[in-house]
Design a protein around this ligand. Structure first.
Ligand SMILES: O=c1ccn([C@@H]2O[C@H](COP(=O)(O)OP(=O)(O)O[C@H]3O[C@H](CO)[C@H](O)[C@H](O)[C@H]3O)[C@@H](O)[C@H]2O)c(=O)[nH]1
Length: 338
């Protein structure tokens, strides 16, 4: 990754899986200081003990409090904003909590970064922010809009604010792969929502690659996505059962609150103005001004034949390919070696 030798980096929500993996990636490069900003003192303590590194500093705070964000922001060069409420079900039941953390909290981070002269700010978003149907996705969509609204007001030389959109990070906390493995181990039925539901599959290392790519290539207001393959829930289950030599029963439980049958990483409108950068798409912000009249007369001549980029129409992994991908994940390898 880039040269961080003299730089101060702030990671909001830094005790989560992104914070750990990102820190791991940059640990051997020089950096002046990494600040881990989060609410949970226990997780910070565990991370402090595990790292034993004086250049990693810990800040207790909550993105909901601008004051606590400002306190951690002084002298920072780069910010990675990962703090969020991201469990779909809990955000469904407590949508205003999602508004406070994902919308107001992100607004605080963005405003504070700009006020403190930060060079680059990258906000972590999700495919669930595209055509959002659940409170988690809706609030992440608003985070993206907030970031882009701030970008539009910024000039050359000020903070470069950008977003990245993840698909499902494989094996992330509370996600389906660890659950299926647990069910296989216990011999309890595997609970399948809908067999042909699809999800983009993103190993954590590729999510970190995406952030690193955005760090190098994002321009003001951009949204970066990484192209990713997908698979159905049924194929994921078959692959796991093959790997664990299991013939455990499967039970169909139906869709959960706020779920979609497939996810979308980029809309056709976004793709019409995106740069295809090999493994990545770079989507520029809509920088039209509020004088919308001219667009009624001139229109937008984007490519009308484009399709949304979804987990249904991206490359679909075969069962053998899902097995191979699963085997490349340290969490799955560790389970298999037990
Ligand atoms: O018992 C289960 C649980 C899930 N699934 C299916 O497996 C797929 C993946 O489910 P996950 O729960 O791993 O992922 P989601 O797409 O639902 O979203 C997850 O990842 C999000 C971030 O991308 C948020 O963190 C969210 O809260 C978290 O549930 C979905 O099609 C889901 O319907 C099952 O078949 N059976």
């Amino acid at each position: 990754m880039s040269d961080f030798r003299d730089k101060v980096i702030l990671i909001t929500g830094g005790t989560g899986s992104f914070g750990h993996a990102f820190l791991d990636r940059i640990m051997h490069e020089g950096f002046r200081e990494v600040r881990i900003f989060s609410r949970d003192e226990m997780k910070q303590e565990q991370m402090r003990i595990a790292l034993k590194n004086d250049r990693v500093k810990f800040y207790i705070g909550d993105v909901r409090s601008r004051e606590s964000v400002d306190n951690a922001m002084k002298g920072v060069d780069y910010v990675f904003h990962a703090a969020a409420l991201k469990q779909v079900p809990s955000c469904e039941f407590f949508p205003m909590q999602a508004v406070q953390t994902n919308v107001m909290g992100s607004h605080h981070v963005i405003e504070s970064a700009i006020a403190n002269g930060v060079d680059k700010l990258i906000c972590l978003s999700t495919d669930k922010a595209v055509y959002p149907v659940n409170a988690m996705g809706i609030t992440k969509a608003l985070m993206e809009k907030t970031a882009q609204a701030a970008s539009r007001k910024l000039s050359e030389g000020e903070t470069v604010v950008s977003c990245v959109r993840y698909g499902n990070v494989m094996c992330s906390r509370g996600s389906v792969i660890p659950l299926f493995i647990k069910q296989i181990r216990e011999g309890s039925p595997i609970t399948i929502t809908v067999a042909d539901m699809t999800r983009f599959l993103l190993p954590l290392r590729e999510a970190i690659d995406l952030v690193a790519f955005a760090f190098e290539h994002a321009r003001q207001g951009d949204i970066l996505i990484r192209k990713a393959p997908a698979c159905t829930v049924a194929d994921l289950v078959t692959a796991l059962k093959n790997l664990f030599h299991s013939d455990v029963e499967e039970r169909i439980i139906g869709m959960r609150h706020g779920e979609k049958i497939y996810e979308t990483l980029a809309t056709r409108e976004e793709l019409s103005k995106a740069d295809d950068m090999g493994e990545y798409f770079r989507i520029s912000m809509d920088d039209r001004d509020l004088n919308y009249n001219k667009y009624f007369t001139e229109g937008d001549s984007g490519n009308a034949s484009l399709q949304d980029y979804t987990s249904h129409n991206t490359y679909q992994l075969s069962v053998a390919e899902v097995e191979e991908l699963l085997l490349s994940l340290p969490e799955v390898a560790a389970e298999l070696n037990q």
